[in-house]
Design a protein around this ligand. Sequence first.
Ligand SMILES: [Fe+2]
Length: 269
Amino acid sequence: MTVLRTSGDGAGKRAEQFRDYKAEQRACVKEFYRLNHTRQTLDFVVGKKRQYLTLDRRRMGVWEALEFLNTLVDDSDPDIELSQLDHNLQTAEAIREAGHPRWFVLTGLIHDLGKVLWLYGEPQWAVVGDTFPVGCAYSDRIVFQEFFAENPDSRNPLYQTECGVYERGCGLDKVHFSWGHDEYLYHVVKDYLPEEALYMIRYHSAYPIHRERAYEHLMDEHDREMFRWVRAFNPFDLYSKSDERPDAAALRPFYEDLIAEYFPAELRW
Ligand SMILES: [Fe+2]
């Protein structure tokens, strides 16, 4: 498939210039969200979970997965032109420099590994981009909200009430989100990391919730508590991006040790 490249002036940006869709108006980002918002239906999400959450595709160690990913350039990200490995190492290094615990550093390193979905042949609109609940009304705080008009779920009145198929306050674990790398990786690593890390991984693309504070009516108290960690993670995901390349070979021994501290030699993907 054609990989549309994203723009490459992440270095030296002010915070408000990151993720500035209005200023960028870049056609590939817009087209990406048109496809994503048109095709991510509740049925689609449930089907993808059935397809992938058996975790019987392959067995692969964490560093191997990092290298496997390294050809992907993310259509949905307007900020950067670095490889996935560079981004993952930059994120982890920024967390390490801030003095956070080792599990937090490891979470920075691995948070995007679910993007291997792309290498299984999934289109990018089913791998990356901001995630949002499906099966209930679309918040107007989702980017390019206008594209939901073409989603078949828009014409199902059951899915278009405030809570849709869910109960008020049911907790996000019961809510289906648009399918992508966050949910997939959460299932791959959920037996091995602290819960705070799992929330970061599962919801780091849920910008409508962690940034825009939409969908609070579906959250429970525990979600609210744990989203403090999702929000603590976000600046490292976002603002650690620069065009300066980390030295992967030099950093590898430190990260191999950290990976071995939490994970077995191979994970089920
Ligand atoms: Fe991500």
